[in-house]
Design a protein around this ligand. Sequence first.
Ligand code: NAD
Length: 312
Amino acid sequence: LKGKIITVVGSGLIGRSWAMVFLSGGYKVKIYDNEPGQASGAITEIRKQIEELQRAKMLRGNLTAAQQLSLLSSHDDLQQALEGAFFVQECVFEDLEAKHSVFHEVENLVTESVILSSSTSCLMPSNVFSCVQNRTRCIISHPVNPPYYVRLVELVPHPETLPAVMDVAYSLMTDVGQAPVRLSKEIDGFALNRVQYAIIAESWRLVQDGVISVKDIDLVMSEGLGMRYAFIGPIETMHLNAPEGMEDYLQRYTEGMKRVLNTFGPVPDFSGEPAARIVKEICELIPAEQQHLTVRRERRDQLLMELAKLKK
Ligand code: NAD
């Protein structure tokens, strides 16, 4: 696959991140945006980031910053951007109509063998690709922010997607150093957000019901569960947490687990008095003004970078 061309459509936060990930793997990347000047602006931003990463010795892949940047080009013309591509990664607004119009346009400009991949976080493949004629080459490759440090990519097929298309996407993602996982069918929220929302819902309920503070529920994750979840998942956790492994765990803990799970309430409203209270509590810890949020985001990204090093 190396040296082949990937077209990134949409040059916002995620488009720029994908471009950097693909460049690190030695792919030629052509960026397109329908907002004039946006794609060339993205190149300036990517250059700055790649050079900074090289200085910080955090640049991914075997190529230097200059070598990676020589593989990158920006285009205000979609047809030109798609020329020679084997894979198209769509990263436009999270809006079904925007996705429809992009894939309709793209499909008319590429051959049948070109893989059409969407970055959508929350839309189902059968909706995203409903306007595409040949849906056997369509797939969702859902990244996690920031993709340069958080490597997971959820691959979600359309019901008509060919297994070979899934395989190419899987190889591509592995080749550029991401960590792909395959879903065998589409489901609302994919896997990551279903798990994330379960955690958010229970955390919310515990604060809402006055059991624990916002500060402390966040510590339950960051100082507790999160410590192991950076390296082992929930199923391996079960397997390791009983002396004789999973079957032992099931014998010892199933009853308790079911008892607790049965006390989980309905889906929270995320509104009204509890929401006001939770907003107030988190804003006392981290005021919602840009300067405070920026500091915390930079801290998050710095720590994720360190963690990514550790995981290597
Ligand atoms: P963004 O708003 O930063 O960027 C969107 C870009 O797409 C803009 O530059 C815009 O000019 C361009 N665009 C819009 N319509 C277009 C069109 N018809 N043709 C070409 N370009 C067009 O958005 P983002 O945060 O980068 O998100 C992009 C996609 O990635 C969304 O589907 C989002 O759900 C998904 N995603 C986002 C995150 C995240 O944390 N931001 C994480 C995973 C997935």
